[in-house]
Design a protein around this ligand. Structure first.
Ligand code: FAD
Length: 391
């Protein structure tokens, strides 16, 4: 069966193979039957539905593009399609999955030694081992490249970590958190696999978020936290290496924004066909149609953009500026689409039970994380002008 085309106006889904389409529909069915019925309840309570981890793992999509270690080895286009399908129903579950499969596993896959990959990736692929990625600090966000203050000091066969991290998704319960810290001796940023329960590693959940409330974000405090040299990511030698992970995951966030926008658009379209005012469906009014067409235009532009982005990634030609441009454009347009979706739903647009209110809130977090609009614009600006305007 073909996927419904409401939000796929240019039939991009038809460019997939039969096998790929079947997987797309499998993930869609999972999101609609397992996640959709429970998500608003968890969103409101700001709690994570741990019972879904096993079911999500059973889809066997974690570590989507990686080869070996039990990972599916799919294309980057397919990873994007699956990310969109998840976010079409809920961005928090997509973020949880993105931290696990992209940021945490990706760091090990790209920057770990063979031994480290063997140790961690199979369990993480099965989601029996959960990961987190700790880069941002309370006082250092956009300026992480040169500004990290968390320190690492080598003493014999160990490293002593000191500092704080903020916003770290999954960290309250993760089995392993990748901590990025500056080597006091050579000044370079290095990555450390910090195991759950390591003395000197504590987490505190960030309360009262107004977006992605299901994601458990934490402040991490590292106090003389000792990590063995064997748990230092062996091929992470400077922030440039960290950036290789971020380039890959930024492309994923662009797809996540597309999914969020698509979910809001499809909900709004359905609603306007069913809701009647003045004796007619509101979808029959010219001004409502204008809103819907504006939403669809942007959504279609976003989808074609990320599809090509992932093709470039599959061809090994993805640059930082390619990923940044898509991240900026898609998260910006998503903000616009979700707000129009909320608008055409009138008062019901602010009720959680109609889903769009959750998309409106969640779009704000997607807009800011993995590089804000300004930072990603500056990355593109530097590439096209040759001038760096960061400072
Ligand atoms: P700041 O860097 O303080 O920026 C504030 C404003 O100043 C922004 O508008 C920014 O664009 C602007 N600005 C900064 N510098 C410049 C400049 N040179 N020129 C122009 N404008 C500038 N981090 C992790 O490490 N791991 C995670 O799992 C993680 N998950 C997250 C989940 C959520 C829900 C959120 C909200 C954040 C998460 N983050 C995570 C952190 C995220 O990556 C940062 O929030 C983001 O990089 C922005 O940093 P900041 O919030 O400190 O903002």
């Amino acid at each position: 069966p073909s996927p419904p085309i409401e939000g796929d106006f240019y039939h991009l889904g038809h460019m997939l193979t039969e096998e790929e389409r079947a997987l797309q529909l499998k993930v869609r069915a999972f999101m609609e039957t397992e996640i959709h019925p429970i998500i608003n309840k968890y969103w409101l309570k700001a709690e994570f539905p741990f019972e879904i981890i096993e079911k999500l793992a059973a889809l066997n999509i974690c570590g989507v593009t990686y080869k070996g270690y039990g990972c599916p080895g799919l294309s980057n286009v397919m990873e994007g399609i699956l990310t969109m399908e998840m976010a079409r129903v809920d961005a928090s579950i997509t973020t949880f999955f993105g931290v696990q499969s992209g940021l945490a596993m990706g760091s090990i896959y790209l920057l770990g030694s063979e031994e480290q990959k063997q140790e961690w990736l199979p369990g993480m692929q099965q989601m029996k081992t959960i990961g987190a990625f700790g880069l941002t600090e309370p006082e250092v966000g956009s300026g992480a490249a040169g500004g990290l203050t968390t320190t690492a000091k080598r003493t014999g066969d160990s490293w002593i970590l000191n500092g704080q991290k903020k916003w770290i998704g999954n960290a309250t319960f993760a089995d392993v958190t990748i901590i990025w810290a500056r080597d006091i001796d050579d000044g370079n940023v290095k990555g450390f696999l910090v195991r759950k329960g390591t003395p000197g590693f504590t987490t505190e959940k960030i309360a009262d978020k107004m977006a992605l409330r299901v994601v458990q974000n934490a402040i991490i405090t590292l106090t003389n936290c000792a990590v063995e040299e064997k748990d230092r990511l062996q091929n992470a030698n400077s922030f440039k290496d960290t950036s290789n992970v971020l380039r890959m995951t930024r492309a994923g966030v662009a797809w996540e924004a597309v999914g969020c926008a698509r979910g809001a658009y499809e909900s709004a379209l359905k609603y306007t066909k069913e809701r009647k005012q003045f004796g007619k469906p509101i979808a029959s009014f010219q001004l409502i149609q204008n809103h819907l067409v504006e939403m669809l235009s942007n959504l279609t532009a976003m989808q074609t953009m990320v599809y090509r982005l992932s093709q470039l990634q599959d061809e090994g030609k993805l640059t930082d500026e390619h990923a940044s441009l898509a991240k900026v454009f898609c998260t910006l347009r998503t903000r616009d689409i979700v707000s129009k979706a909320r608008e055409v739903m009138g008062g019901n647009g602010i009720l959680l039970e109609y889903d769009v209110a959750r998309f409106v809130a969640d779009a704000e977090a997607i807009y800011s994380y993995e590089g804000t609009k300004e930072i990603n614009s500056l990355i593109v600006g530097r590439a096209i002008t040759g001038f760096s305007a960061f400072v």
